[in-house]
Design a protein around this ligand. Structure first.
Ligand code: BV8
Ligand code: ZN
Length: 233
């Protein structure tokens, strides 16, 4: 377990908590695909429809608790001297599990941002009292997440590239590795000589690069893997 350790998570780590994945069987909402709704164009065209989807997801996520895979990552952060958690998820379950320092590449579904004054605030109301929700300034609020076609927060992405470039280990958990630029982080780590461990229930475009593949549900296979690797106290 020598050297900097980086973890990249996707929707699959939250699947056993009950959060629907994006491309899994339960990923659809009223037959819309995420790529149809998670875009600035969809929001400009019909902010109420986009907010109905987010309100539905917020209500589902509010009922979900972190699972053993989230908790292992919080323990790893507390145990390993040089550890970085990068997530594509917006569900906030890593924070709920006790992870302290998280690079949220795609934002967070519990934060809202005003499209007029730019004010960012946490909003945990489920369901929302009005759709679409408005700021005190009267401006339309949007979810503080990164939509398709939008740039990722520059400082967060910069920190993620740096962590991926210098790590000796990268654990990639529950991602289909289809969304860019997140999916390029493990490729960079691998190119720089990191040991790649993939945790997934099925193959992904990264599987052929992995030195170790833990094939199975993250909440089951990750605790076992960590128990056999954790530095003895
Ligand atoms: C950008 C936040 C540039 C919102 C999300 C070609 C055409 C058009 C566009 C593109 C293109 N090529 C690249 C692009 C750009 C695009 C992109 O990548 N599109 C893809 C679809 C091809 N990317 C972007 O637009 C990004 N921005 O590039 O900007 C730019 C630069 C400067 C200036 C202007 C612009 C922005 C991407 C971010 C989009 N936002 N989410 C919201 O959540 O509402 S992405 C969304 O997908 C989620 O964040 C999610 O995390 C992410 C990735 O999905 P996964 O996490 O991998 O989840 P998925 O369901 O896919 O897979 C689940 C996996 O878990 C599976 O592998 C499954 O087997 C596994 N699993 C299931 N159960 C378990 C499990 N594993 C373990 N245990 C289990 N129990
Ligand atoms: Zn405002």
């Amino acid at each position: 377990m020598e050297g900097p350790f980086v973890v990249l998570t996707g929707a699959g780590i939250s699947a056993e908590s009950g959060v629907p994945t994006f491309r899994g069987p339960d990923g659809l909402w009223r037959s819309f695909r995420p790529e149809d709704l998670a875009t600035p164009e969809a929001f400009a065209r019909d902010p109420a429809l986009v907010w109905e989807w987010y309100d539905w997801r917020r209500q589902r996520i509010a009922a979900c608790r972190p699972n053993p895979a989230h908790r292992v990552l919080a323990e790893m952060e507390a145990t390993l001297p040089d550890f970085t958690l990068i997530t594509q998820n917006v569900d906030g379950l890593h924070q709920a599990a006790g992870s302290q320092h998280i690079l949220e590449l795609h934002g967070n579904i519990w934060r809202v941002r005003c499209t007029r004054c730019g004010r960012v605030s946490e909003d945990r109301r489920v369901p929302l009292p009005e759709i679409p929700p408005r700021c005190q300034c009267g401006g339309l609020l949007r979810p503080d997440v990164v939509w398709f076609g939008e740039p990722l927060p520059a400082a967060v992405l910069e920190a993620a590239w740096e962590a991926a470039a210098r790590c000796r280990w990268m654990l990639v958990i529950g991602t289909s590795a289809l969304v860019q630029p997140a999916a390029s982080l493990p490729v960079l780590a691998h190119r720089n000589g990191a040991r790649l461990v993939e945790v997934n229930i099925s193959d992904t475009p990264l599987t052929h690069l992995a030195h170790e593949v833990l094939r199975g549900p993250a909440a089951q296979v990750l605790p076992t893997w960590w128990a056999s690797r954790r530095p003895q106290q």
